[in-house]
Design a protein. Structure first.
Length: 256
């Protein structure tokens, strides 16, 4: 977009749906009005004659970088090549652009997690656990639930609980169920660092059974992504069934 009032020392003529930008009687740019009433300029003559006649603003690479919202190096090069009335003084140094302190402070994000799980060689060997809470206490007194997901098979089991302190008891039930019904033995439990998982009762039980208790890093749910995803899947299923049944509280539940 070009503002007529910003064209210095130039005359702009509009005649019969055509526009011409002149300086000292010489035509610099021509254009036509399209069906939407917008004048579209033909920039080929402008490129052949140069842009000096329109009054160019000369700027250093980092000055352009800051003026245009801290573009990255690739975008900056593209803008400079296609812009009109802007001339860059110097060469773009992508390393200098990457080192911009403002960019680092305002655009930094957590690095994407691309790790894959693969320790399990058989069903039941590695279990992922995660705990969630209901928005409101249920009539039965239930406040939370815990999911146990098998890394190898993807099968999971969910227990509802009145308090999260019941988790050690539920985990003992899971291990007993796997051993008695399927002859499977848990070798590793992956969970977050919540007190419901990391406590004396859990550590003692894991030592007795020879189970490795692997705790994920703080504020890094990706390390326990299998359980987190299972938790989300079941929450979305419950939300969908509540919406389908036109449950009165589903809107508030979905918004949280």
């Amino acid at each position: 977009m070009i503002s007529v009032s910003k064209l210095r020392k130039c005359n702009v003529e509009f005649v019969n749906g055509k526009v011409a930008v002149k300086r000292n009687g010489e035509v610099l740019i021509k254009g036509r009005r399209n069906t939407e009433g917008i004048y579209v300029l033909d920039l080929k003559p402008l490129k052949s004659r140069g842009t000096a006649n329109l009054g160019i603003r000369k700027m250093k690479p980092m000055e352009i970088h800051r003026t245009l919202g801290h573009l990255n190096g690739k975008q900056l090069e593209k803008v400079v090549k296609t812009s009109i009335g802007l001339e860059m003084v110097g060469i773009i140094d992508r390393d200098e652009v990457k080192a911009c302190g403002v960019c680092r402070a305002s655009k930094q994000i957590r690095k994407s997690f691309r790790g894959k799980f693969g320790d399990a060689k058989a069903p039941g060997e590695v279990i992922h656990a995660d705990l969630g809470f209901f928005d409101e206490e249920q009539e039965s007194g239930v406040k939370c639930w815990v999911d146990y997901t098998c890394e190898y098979s993807g099968a999971s089991i969910t227990y509802v609980m009145r308090t999260k302190g019941e988790q050690p008891t539920r985990f003992r039930e899971v291990t007993a169920l796997l051993e008695n019904l399927f002859g499977l033995y848990v070798k590793k439990l992956i969970c977050d660092g919540g007190k419901e998982f990391v406590n004396d009762a859990m550590e003692r039980f894991c030592r007795e059974k020879g189970i490795i208790l692997q705790v994920s890093s703080p504020y890094t749910p990706e390390h326990n992504g299998l359980a987190e995803r299972q938790n989300r899947t079941k929450t979305e299923m419950a939300r969908a069934m509540m919406a389908d049944a036109r449950f009165p509280g589903v809107k508030r539940f979905a918004d949280r």
